[in-house]
Design a protein around this ligand. Structure first.
Ligand code: ATP
Length: 452
């Protein structure tokens, strides 16, 4: 079934004249494909056609409405069924609705108009459902094997094997790797390759949320739990129920919340801030960090018990500089995708540009490579992308270097300057300086940087 397949309606009505009347009215929409059946048996035999909507006469010669309603609902739980009856009987109507009928109509002068309105509503719902399914399929295909995470290097292939294994179960996964190596991408790939794909993927970046808000962000809060809690809020953990919760920059979680997270994970129940109820949840957890968590444990900044609880299946993403000619493979894909997206004629990297890319260390990893080749594609005159079009960082600071300031102060000054220049757009600054957005958020959180 596609988005544009006809809306399939079954009319089950033994009164030939009335049945034809319904068919005639419903067929006035050219997108409707309407079939009439005069017995329950005939309808049941054709259920394999997967109708979207069924109108059911309550009194059929070979079955009572309740019986047929139950049989259809068991086989096609997603199909809406409207019961049409000759008599007004509140008891029957209530019973049919309790058994899952979409609505109950009595045959009178207004039946056709009411039917038309009901069908319109159900059709909208079915369209939304089809769109939803189609989008999910498209996203699923985007994260399918060999689609999102590209690379032929053995280290990348090993990562892909681990991702496929992780996707088969709901094991906790801990992803590590330098900034821009694809930790986010790996988390999404695991989710969309798993049988949780139709359920939510919820990502929370610990470095992007002020410390005092993380508790209610993760676990939710009840109305009035603290000043400013004007309404009840469902936490991200609960939001991810049935799906995957991705906790990015987990090393930034402070020690008191680490204790709470550990407790919640052990009990598998979320306590909302300010509430006495604990809500059960079922999520797959994926955590990521660019730091070495074990070092954080040894330094006393990360709880050891939580470390072991979160370790699960560890996946380490290699830095781009260790992936050999994958640099060129990725560069070619990024150029092609950029040209397609921007309706540019195809462009190619020259041999000298390729050599330069291979010689670079890419501290910003895949994110940096993508930004560099996209900019080069824009700057190139004609079809060939020259080495001179590549804006690769030399590794030496070239702006604002002052021997009187510490490296940290100079870094802060550079990032602050960029933030001011780019109107506080963290993502744009991260792309321009080829550093992780989390680093910038962390600096803002620690009040080293200010957004004016
Ligand atoms: N193997 C890959 N193939 C194709 N694209 C990739 C690959 N790895 C990363 N990317 C792309 O590189 C960019 C950075 O990836 P991602 O955000 O997943 O990195 P990250 O490690 O989570 O970064 P950070 O540490 O800043 O959170 C994204 O545009 C992503 O699509």
């Amino acid at each position: 079934m596609t988005l544009y397949s006809p809306f399939k309606i079954f009319v089950v009505e033994d009164n030939e004249w009335y049945g034809e009347l319904l068919v005639h009215r419903l067929s006035q929409n050219p997108n409707h494909s309407v079939h009439r059946f005069s017995t329950a048996q005939a309808c049941l035999e054709q259920l394999g056609e997967m109708p979207d909507f069924i109108t059911l006469d309550y009194s059929l010669p070979d079955a009572k409405g309740e019986q047929l309603l139950r049989q259809i609902s068991d086989r096609l739980p997603g199909t809406e069924i409207l019961v049409i009856s000759g008599q007004e009987d509140v008891g029957t109507a209530v019973r049919m609705l309790q058994q899952g009928a979409y609505d109950y109509l009595v045959k009178d002068g207004n039946t056709l108009d009411r039917l038309w309105n009901i069908v319109g509503k159900v059709e909208q719902q079915v369209l939304l459902r089809r769109e939803n399914t189609q989008l999910r399929q498209q996203i699923g295909a985007r994260y399918g094997p060999g689609q999102a995470i590209l690379g032929e290097h053995l280290l990348v292939q090993q990562v892909l094997t681990l991702i496929a294994k992780a996707a088969r179960t709901s094991i906790t996964v801990s992803v590590s790797g330098e900034t821009g190596t694809g930790k986010n991408l790996a988390a999404k790939t695991i989710h969309f390759q798993s049988d949780r794909a139709a359920r939510p993927f919820v990502a929370v970046n610990m470095a992007a949320i002020p410390h005092e808000l993380i508790d209610s962000e993760l676990f939710g809060h009840e109305k009035g739990a603290f000043a400013g809690a004007v309404a009840r809020r469902v936490g991200r953990l609960e939001e991810a129920n049935g799906g995957t919760l991705f906790l990015d920059e987990i090393a930034d979680l402070d020690l008191s919340l680490q204790a709470k997270l550990l407790r919640v994970l052990q009990e598998r129940k979320v306590p909302r801030v300010g509430g006495s109820q604990h809500v059960a949840f079922d999520v797959r957890l994926i955590v990521a960090t660019h730091r070495d968590l074990l070092v954080e444990v040894q330094a006393g900044r990360f709880r050891e018990d939580l470390y072991y609880r979160l370790l699960g299946l560890p996946i380490a993403l290699p830095p781009l500089r260790q992936r050999g000619t994958d640099i060129l493979l990725l560069a070619d894909v990024f150029v092609r995708e950029f040209c397609n997206f921007n309706n540019l004629p195809p462009r190619q990297l020259t041999e000298s540009a390729r050599k330069q890319l291979m010689a670079h260390t890419f501290p910003g990893n895949v994110r940096e490579l993508k930004a560099v080749v996209e900019l080069a594609t824009v700057l190139a005159d004609g079809e060939q992308i020259q080495a001179a079009d590549l804006s690769l960082r030399s590794g030496k600071a070239s702006i604002g270097v002052c021997s009187q300031l510490s490296l940290r102060d100079q870094t802060t000054a550079i990032v602050q300057g960029c933030l001011d220049e780019m109107g506080g757009d963290v993502l744009a600054v991260a792309a321009r300086l080829q550093i992780g957005k989390s680093t910038i958020y962390r600096m803002i959180q620690q009040q080293e940087l200010h957004i004016s």
